[in-house]
Design a protein around this ligand. Structure first.
Ligand code: DON
Length: 304
């Protein structure tokens, strides 16, 4: 199958979905992103690359950073990580507080904000500067040494981060945050603010398709089993309260971010990055979902 022709065709099919969603506006710096943009990029384990649309335009990684932070922390922490965070879908919005009290400060999964904050706290215990560790890892996996956090987004997140602060303080009251809440939040906001483009995102996610091994350096980042675990949690929790719809329509492990990016993994074959900043009400890219649905349907490349 000609994947380049396919993704260009899919781009034409999804452009009519412009303006059915809205750019995230709860962080003012994200609200300034021009809404009508779309990119699709693929990296295969055979070394092929395909891209179309705005594939060289950087965007804010946002919650997609949580998948990479989970991988790094799982590598360092091993199974004990799961004492601090669960691995069940929450069925609730990404920033919900509701389950934390009756589940005694242990977040449902690493991809809701509370879970990502708990993972960041564990990562600080291992790496000190967890954000610097993530950034240097992404720089080496993308080959872009200039990759960095967008400070305007990071400070906008901080200025509007009361709910994340509430989540972190609440978990600390249960002993599930060890470090200073301000430090945990700062590193979390900086992780979310890392800017990269679709080609780079697909490149960075390729180790998850390659059972935990970097195709660039041959280094094993995760055991085969841990790579399976990260992909499984992406499938069941990566798109929050839309994880059921994504499994139904796309049938792949996917991690979304409110910058409009989506990272999808086809284990043993390829990684895919899609970006379009207009979001549905659950915080996932409207055109991104349409495009991934069409791609996995046309190719038959879903895990189901
Ligand atoms: O915590 C926040 O509000 C954001 N920085 C990240 C949220 C996000 O991307 C959720 N995903 N769809």
């Amino acid at each position: 199958m000609n994947l380049q022709a396919l993704i260009e065709d899919i781009r034409q099919q999804v452009l009519p979905f412009y303006d059915q969603g809205q750019v995230a506006d709860y962080i003012p710096a994200l609200a300034a992103v021009p809404p009508r943009q779309f990119a699709f990029a693929i990296h295969t384990l055979d070394g092929e690359q395909y891209a179309c649309g705005d594939a060289d335009t950087p965007f804010s990684m946002q919650s997609i950073s949580k998948a990479f932070m989970l991988a790094l922390t799982l590598q360092a922490d091993g199974e004990q990580l799961w004492r601090h965070v669960g691995k069940e879908p929450s069925g609730n919005p990404f920033n919900s507080l509701v389950q934390l009290e009756y589940e005694h400060g242990i977040p449902r999964n690493p991809f809701i904000n509370a879970g990502a904050l708990a993972v960041t706290d564990r990562a600080i215990g291992h790496f000190g500067d967890a954000h610097a560790r993530l950034l240097s890892w992404l720089r080496s996996e993308t080959g872009n040494a200039a990759l960095t956090a967008d400070e305007a987004i990071a400070s906008s997140e901080r200025a509007h981060g009361d709910r994340n602060a509430a989540l972190a303080h609440f978990m600390k009251s249960y002993g599930n945050i060890q470090h200073e809440v301000g430090d945990v939040l700062d590193q979390y906001f900086h992780n979310c603010s890392i800017a990269l483009n679709c080609r780079e995102l697909a490149r960075a996610g390729l180790f998850l398709a390659n059972h935990g091994v970097s195709t660039l350096t041959g280094e094993r980042y995760l055991s085969r089993s841990q790579a399976k675990q990260v992909n499984a949690v992406m499938l069941t929790c990566g798109t929050y309260d839309a994880a059921g719809e994504f499994a139904y329509r796309v049938g792949l492990p996917v991690k979304s971010g409110v910058g409009g990016g989506l990272l999808a993994v086809i284990p043993g074959k390829m990684s895919i990055a899609v970006w379009s900043p207009q979001l549905d009400t659950r915080g996932n890219s409207v055109l991104g979902l349409e495009a991934l649905d069409r791609f996995s349907t046309a190719t038959g490349l879903s895990i189901f």
